[in-house]
Design a protein around this ligand. Structure first.
Ligand code: DP6
Length: 400
């Protein structure tokens, strides 16, 4: 009787996945099709390690669920959001196609409603590209639930453009594609996360204000008004993409870092060239940019490289042997006012003593409290399946 009741209750399937954040070194900015999310240029990113930054998502399907439902960081959210719906619809369409229309009795029924719960291991408000990890995770977990094995960056792209790049680990290209239906606008892995073992990433989380213009809205205004963006997409990015792939292949930090800085700067220049202009960089971002250049000038070559997305947080690339010294430079430049003991988080950072010459040349006007904390991470793998059922974010009743 108990077994029959359990079957009646009809909780059919549950799966949990995690997915990473990525940071672009050749930026995506601008769509040629806003509905399908097709970009005006290809882009390239580094997938960050999930030990430090990840989204976890559980999806469950049951014939007893009366509607699709979604919870984000414990709060119920709108499952009717067009981009969530696009991902759900596309995954279900692929599952239907795979089954060739016939009813596979072993497979999960496509008519069942689903419950989805998702959470980040970092504060969403910190502005750390949570939508890329979020949609990559949603698509990965739905694919798992419906038994899809194909490459699904094309579906993740429908959630958020940058999300397609979070479907792979390491170094990832999103090729713009040519077709109007978007079937060739996909993410491709350029190199796995093991390719460049010395590469490290420092996320400088600045004191939290919300971003002024959402990237989706901002980039469309740029497409409509910025002649620099048009030139960038047509002329600059195709050349830079090829160069960046070469720097990565050769593990050339000097080339990689310089190009990453130049591309970030050009992206923010297109924001200024947008009318009305969009400002993502703040005085503090510019302070960090100047600091990085002073540090590199002091050493006589590119030891650190910054990149900024649609917000003021700085992401710094460096090789492992530079991290301790540069972290000390950041600590001296932005002395922590509150969480001094938690100023450096993530991967361990050794201690470094700074020479008087370096201090004098690089640490000019300290701004106490301006950087909240530094997250030390490195390139990491793509989405992962979580096998341990105790990690599900939904209970046996399908609720968080
Ligand atoms: C500056 O992927 O967030 O981070 O496709 O509208 O969801 P939508 O935009 P989104 O834009 C990211 C822009 C960027 C650069 C990048 O990640 O390439």
């Amino acid at each position: 009787v108990a077994a029959a009741m359990a079957a009646e209750r009809g909780l059919v399937a549950m799966a949990t996945c995690t997915a990473p954040v990525n940071i672009a070194v050749i930026k995506y900015w601008g769509k040629r099709d806003t509905d399908l999310i097709l970009p005006i240029n290809s882009s390239l990113s580094v997938t960050l390690h999930q030990d430090q930054l990840k989204t976890t998502t559980t999806a469950a399907a049951s014939r007893d669920f009366t509607e699709d439902r979604l919870w984000l960081n414990g709060e119920e959210a709108d499952v009717g959001h067009p981009r969530v719906q696009a991902c759900l619809r596309e995954v279900r369409r692929l599952a239907r196609k795979r089954r060739g229309g016939g009813e596979d009795t072993a497979a999960l029924s496509l008519s069942y409603k689903i419950h989805i719960a998702s959470e980040n291991n970092f504060p969403t408000a910190a502005g750390l590209a949570s939508s890329a990890a979020g949609y990559a995770c949603l698509v990965s977990v739905l694919a798992r639930l419906y038994g899809l094995e194909e490459e699904l960056s094309e579906v993740a792209r429908r959630g958020s453009g940058s999300a397609c790049r979070s479907m792979f680990g390491g170094f990832v290209q999103w090729q713009r594609g040519e077709r109007p239906d978007g079937t060739d606008s996909l993410a491709l892995q350029v190199a796995p996360e093991t390719h460049w073992p010395e590469l490290r990433v420092l996320v400088l989380v600045v004191s939290g204000e919300k971003k002024p213009v959402a990237s989706t809205v901002g980039m469309q205004t740029s497409v409509e008004t910025s002649p620099l963006l048009k030139h960038r997409a047509e002329v600059v990015v195709p050349e830079r993409l090829a160069q960046m792939m070469r720097h990565i292949r050769e593990r050339d930090f000097e080339g990689f870092g310089q190009l990453a800085m130049r591309d970030s700067n050009q992206f923010h220049a297109t924001c200024l060239d947008t009318f009305p202009p969009i400002f993502y960089l703040t005085d503090l971002s510019r302070h960090i940019i100047a600091l990085a250049h002073r540090y590199n000038a002091h050493h006589g070559h590119t030891k650190v490289a910054y990149t900024f997305d649609a917000g003021p947080n700085a992401v710094i690339f460096a090789l492992a042997d530079t991290v301790a010294e540069f972290v000390e430079v950041v600590r001296r430049s932005f002395p922590p006012t509150t969480n001094g003991d938690q100023f450096v988080r993530g991967l361990p950072v050794g201690s470094a003593a700074l020479s008087q010459e370096l201090l004098a040349a690089v640490v000019t006007e300290p701004v106490p409290g301006a950087v909240q904390f530094i997250l030390h991470t490195k390139p990491g793998p793509g989405p992962q399946l979580v096998d341990d059922p105790s990690q599900h974010l939904l209970g046996a009743d399908g609720l968080p």
